[in-house]
Structure formats: C-alpha cells, structure tokens
Design a protein around this ligand. Sequence first.
Ligand SMILES: Cc1cc2nc3c(=O)[nH]c(=O)nc-3n(C[C@H](O)[C@H](O)[C@H](O)COP(=O)(O)OP(=O)(O)OC[C@H]3O[C@@H](n4cnc5c(N)ncnc54)[C@H](O)[C@@H]3O)c2cc1C
Length: 240
Amino acid sequence: MIEPDPRPLPWLNATLVGIAPASARVKSYRFRVAFDRPMRAGQHVDVRLTAPDGYQAQRSYSIASPPGGDGTIELLIEGLPEGEVSGFFDAVAAVGDTIEMRGPIGGAFVWGPEDGGPLLLIGGGSGVVPLLSMLRHRAAAAPEIPALLLYSAREAGEAIAAGELATRARDEPHFDLMLTLTRAGGRRIDAGLIAEALERLGSPRHAYLCGSNAFVSAVAERLVEAGLDPSLIHTERFGG
Ligand SMILES: Cc1cc2nc3c(=O)[nH]c(=O)nc-3n(C[C@H](O)[C@H](O)[C@H](O)COP(=O)(O)OP(=O)(O)OC[C@H]3O[C@@H](n4cnc5c(N)ncnc54)[C@H](O)[C@@H]3O)c2cc1C
C-alpha cells in the first residue's frame, strides 16, 4: 500500500509535444509536464481549458503511458461530436500549445508489480487507456505476471492501440488478448466471454474494469455472477 501524497495538487503548464492517430476516433496527445509526485499506472490527470472571456472547462483523462517515463505523458482522447474539451483537442490543439493540467490523480484504480497478479483487465472503448498504462508497466517491470485484456470496441478500426496490443499478445508469453467487436453482428461482453477469459487466465488476483457507467456496471455484475470476489474488482467510470 502506497500512502497518498497529502500536498494539494498544483495546476501545471503542460506543453503539447506530439499528436498522432491512435484509432479511427482517437488521437494520441503527448505532453511534456513536470509532475511534483510520482505516478502509478491507472491514474489520470485533470485538464483545464480557459477561453479568452475567462470561461473554463475541465475534464479528466487517463494516462496511457507507464510510470517512470522521459518527462512526457501520453493521453488518448476520443474526439466526440459536440464534445467541448475532446472537440477542442480533435480540431484545434496543435503541437507547441500550453495546456493547464494537474495530476497524477487516483488511488484505487492503480496497479504496480508489488500488487501482483494474475491481472484481468476489461475495457470498453476509450476505457482501455488506463489498462494500457498497466500493460506497458507490467511488460517493462514484471513481465512474468500473467495478464489478460478483454477489450470491447465498436468495430476493428476503433480499437485503440490495436497494433501494439496484437504485438504484445504475440511476443509476451504471459499476456493474452481477447478483442470483441459489438457492431455488425458482433458480441457484447457476456457470461460466455467472461468464462472464456477466466479459463484462459486462471483465477485473477485483481480485476480492473474501465469504460462507460453502463459498461462497468454490466461487466462487474457478470464477474460477480462468475464467482469473482467483489473485493478484487477495481472500477473506473468515464461517465456517459
Ligand atoms: C477518470 C476519467 C478518465 C477519463 N479518461 C478518458 C480518456 O482516457 N480518454 C477519453 O477520450 N475520455 C476519457 N474520459 C472522459 C472525458 O473526461 C470526457 O468526459 C470526454 O472527453 C467528453 O468530454 P467533452 O468535453 O468532449 O464532451 P462534453 O461537452 O462534456 O459532452 C459530453 C457528451 O455530450 C455530447 N454533447 C455535447 N453537447 C451536445 C449538444 N449540443 N448536442 C448533442 N450532444 C452534445 C457530446 O457529443 C458528448 O458525447 C475520462 C473520464 C474520467 C472521469
């Protein structure tokens, strides 16, 4: 157990140093930012935009990169039509911009090698982002810990970091990937997929679920029905 840092979180100036596509609807935004405390895989930042008239909008975004990086972090933001903050990133943000940010935030939805495994990671849509941080950290720091990612996307082109995940599944002996697509006659995460994941992984020490409210509630229910102890289940909800 790592004690939370009691100091108030300062707003920091983060510099946008890179933008790249990550799926059909999601872009990767890399920021140079000097946090005043260490981060853990699974945490998020708050981002605050201020208009010339002083109007402010603030949203949370999970950190996709692993801890101990090079002074930059990666955010993966889905550009929502009409979305106030994600729409700004999608259409306006440019390399060189300075954005206000505070973090890293979050004490319950975090994982490190000291927490052990096996790890059952279940993400819906952009809910895969904090799980990506955990997988990247695990691969670098504790590749012997078994992990399985059950990832639900609408269609293949919308799966975030699909190439990286497929490569990890091919090259990392203790990482297994199950991708399920919900569109075009695809399948939602149901009792059958949960049973298959548990059979492939074995009994998890931790389950991390992340996505919309409806996704997290439905999957948590399926996990409890499958016999998982609710105290092993960690959840992060993106709203919606
Ligand atoms: C802990 C945490 C971590 C998160 N991590 C991520 C992440 O890694 N990646 C990510 O993409 N998101 C993440 N989110 C979600 C993110 O915080 C925002 O909620 C999301 O980007 C939408 O914000 P927005 O300002 O773009 O949309 P908002 O303006 O808040 O709009 C929300 C929804 O309403 C719709 N809407 C808005 N205005 C209208 C209108 N006039 N008519 C019709 N519809 C409208 C928008 O299309 C959108 O679907 C996270 C949330 C939390 C709580």
